[in-house]
Design a protein around this ligand. Structure first.
Ligand SMILES: [Zn+2]
Length: 236
């Protein structure tokens, strides 16, 4: 018998208490970050009218997420509107039902090994996803701000954001998103046509930075009147 298996009941209780404490701290941190992100994104006009949704990974095996509840006002999120859910989308903490787009969050977390997924409905992503739908994606090249994307060190990078047809069948959309992510492993996000942007990051801060970078770039393209792809799609 190993030494560790001879732990006293008191030390096992202490271990459980420590794990529970760490879990609560992790959830509280995710809640505070997502509430703050909601306030900031709302003020930028990226998540108006209860649109958009945010999630952060609490545990990977099995997968647990903190995720915004459906219909919540992202500019005025209450802590209880960030739900703790398991991989079946069962709610263990918080009030309301998980975002209607929860399946997309699970797909991105699994496919990209993301620590957080953020989804916005900006004017810019809505316009560009319609304008470039026939090209299958949005290409962005030549901007210094591209360097804010993970692993990118030059403005010469060609960022390709696949555009998926919008659908109210979220399970099907999640499968299509998974396919697009596997076909475009270098992409930092994707667009849903006439709908909005999905991006992610290893941490909540990384995902937030990606939203800021991609929304900046899309706003620049629309305001600048860009109508042609800046670069060609890059392969895997
Ligand atoms: Zn949406």
């Amino acid at each position: 018998m190993s030494r560790t298996s001879r732990k006293s009941p008191r030390s096992r209780r202490a271990q459980r208490s420590y794990e529970s404490h760490a879990w609560n701290n992790g959830f509280a941190f995710a809640v505070s970050q997502l509430v703050e992100i909601g306030r900031e994104f709302y003020s930028r006009g990226w998540v108006l009218g209860t649109s958009g949704n945010f999630s952060a990974v609490l545990r990977r095996e099995p997968l647990w997420l903190a995720i915004t509840s459906t219909g919540s006002d992202k500019g005025h999120l209450l802590p209880q509107q960030i739900l703790e859910i398991d991989e079946t989308a069962g709610v263990f903490r918080g009030e309301g039902r998980p975002s209607a787009e929860t399946a997309l969050h699970f797909a991105v977390v699994r496919d990209k090994n993301a620590g957080a997924v953020l989804h916005t409905h900006s004017v810019w992503s809505t316009l560009l996803s319609e304008q470039r739908a026939s090209e299958g994606g949005l290409a962005i090249e030549g901007y210094e701000m591209l360097k804010g994307l993970e692993g990118i060190s030059s403005h010469e990078h060609c960022e390709w954001l696949p555009i998926l047809e919008n659908s109210q069948n979220i399970e099907e959309l999640a499968r299509e998103a998974s396919n697009a992510l596997q076909e475009n492993p270098k992409s930092h996000g994707f667009l849903l046509r006439g709908h909005g942007l999905y991006t992610w990051g290893a941490t909540i801060a990384d995902a937030k930075r990606h939203v800021e970078i991609l929304e900046f770039l899309m706003e620049t393209l629309v305001r600048g009147g860009s109508t042609t792809p800046a670069c060609q799609r890059i392969g895997p």
